[in-house]
Design a binder for this molecule. Structure first.
Ligand SMILES: Cc1cc2nc3c(=O)[nH]c(=O)nc-3n(C[C@H](O)[C@H](O)[C@H](O)COP(=O)(O)OP(=O)(O)OC[C@H]3O[C@@H](n4cnc5c(N)ncnc54)[C@H](O)[C@@H]3O)c2cc1C
Length: 396
């Protein structure tokens, strides 16, 4: 550490100590609001918007000192979309007013977010979205259908991509909005998944009104803004800061230690291989986070998300084998509406089934391989016949 860095670190420790001393740790919302106001929410954000304008690498120190003091942290499980995806996008593309209005309630999780991107005809090919936003007075009237919207039943605000100009090629006619989920034109209907639960939904939008002040970025710039969200999503899913054995490998390693009767030599070799791979993935995520410093993540995060999905599925398969018949026991088909995914607190059967979605959500593994091939390795792009044709003229 340079002397400058040492002095920043000392100053941060003092700010953390003052925050902890002056605020009630048993009131998470109040404490997180005070933490935002003190610039300790996202230290790399500007002053007044939850930060201090410092390099992002100092965040780890703040997080560790607050955790050691027993302070409540942001609700990453319940509000992953708000904290991991909407906040960095608003910080990058939002006006001064939008940042003032939206960042603080995301950090305190008074505003839970959902992501209205995918549609029945636009998943991997997100730029094909058909939900229409039409100018009306000082705002927009939105009509369409979204699908696979995680947590829409709990959300106050959605990040939404809609088509504002059908007469230009698909990527050019999109605009990005922040949408109030309490609008009477929004209808949220649960969709059940392979675990029997309904984490996600279909969302129908009928004459939903969005004021123009809730447009994020310029009209027609929606693809660029959405790409920033997706890059953040891939880092959030695949590369969030984690302690050793805190992920999917944790319960497997624990079962191995606690149940010698389950062990055999072949499984021992396999477990060691998976343990090492999980640790490599974790440390690679750590390195990527340090490289990002203050910038927005680029396509490199796709590699992390790809590795995370493959590992989660392999480890959860091993978990089932390790537990033998007991591992197959998953018989709770209650249609729960969980507000977060709890891999480590549930049984092996649940982990195995839920991990199937990891290679689909946030971009399928095939799409991530395309992103890595084209945008990281510089290989020739896929042939795209629709890129110069107006969206309205594309066959659908
Ligand atoms: C658990 C879960 C939560 C989700 N939450 C949300 C959410 O909150 N908000 C939201 O907007 N969406 C959400 N999604 C949707 C997710 O982003 C989409 O399912 C995903 O992008 C794939 O789109 P699709 O389902 O339309 O499949 P398709 O795009 O139709 O793909 C079908 C198959 O074709 C393959 N494929 C498609 N194009 C190519 C290509 N060019 N090259 C090679 N292979 C290709 C895909 O890899 C896939 O195997 C969620 C999905 C899951 C599973």
């Amino acid at each position: 550490m340079t002397t400058d860095e040492q002095s920043i670190a000392r100053d941060l420790s003092e700010r953390v100590a003052t925050l902890v001393e002056e605020n009630d740790l048993s009131d998470p919302t109040g404490f997180l609001g005070a933490r935002f106001d003190a610039g300790l929410a996202w230290v790399h954000f500007p002053p007044g918007r939850g930060g201090l304008g410092l390099p992002q690498s100092f965040q780890a120190q703040v997080d560790a000192e607050l955790a050691a003091a027993g302070a409540p942290g942001p609700a990453k499980g319940r509000n992953g979309i708000g904290l991991g995806m909407a906040a960095p996008t608003i910080a990058a593309f939002g006006t001064e007013e939008q940042q003032q209005k939206y960042l603080r309630p995301i950090f305190t999780s008074e505003h839970i977010y959902c992501q209205l991107f995918s549609e029945p005809g636009a998943g991997s090919d997100l730029a094909a979205v058909a939900t229409r936003a039409v100018r009306e007075g000082d705002g927009w009237r939105v009509n369409g259908q979204k699908v696979w919207t995680s947590g829409a039943q709990n959300a106050q605000i959605a990040i939404l991509v809609a088509r504002t100009d059908p007469s230009v090629p698909k990527h050019a006619g999109l605009t990005y909005f922040l949408c109030d989920m309490s609008d009477p034109g929004i209808d949220v209907r649960p969709l059940r998944q392979i675990t029997g639960e309904a984490e996600f939904n279909e969302v129908f939008l009928t004459d939903v009104h969005i004021p123009d002040s809730d447009r994020l970025g310029d009209e027609g710039q929606g693809w660029r803004v959405a790409t920033a969200t997706l890059n953040n999503e891939r880092v959030a899913i695949g590369g969030s800061a984690a302690a050793r054995e805190s992920g999917m490998i944790g319960p497997v390693a624990q079962a191995w230690r606690q149940h010698p009767e389950l062990r055999d030599p072949a499984m021992h070799d396999e477990l060691l291989r998976l343990w090492v791979e999980a640790e490599v993935a974790r440390l690679t995520g750590e390195r990527l986070r340090q490289q990002l410093e203050a910038g927005q993540p680029g396509p490199e995060g796709s590699g992390l998300k790809l590795a995370f999905a493959r590992l989660a599925q392999t480890i959860s398969g091993f978990d089932i084998e390790l537990h033998g018949e007991a591992g197959l026991r998953y018989d709770d088909w209650t249609m729960r509406r969980p507000d977060k995914v709890d891999f480590t607190g549930r049984e092996p059967g649940y982990r195995y089934l839920r991990a199937k979605g990891n290679s689909i959500e946030g971009g399928t593994s095939e799409i991530l391989r395309n992103v890595i091939a084209e945008r990281v390795l510089g290989l020739p792009p896929e042939h795209r016949i629709d890129k110069d044709i107006a969206w309205k003229d594309l066959p659908r």
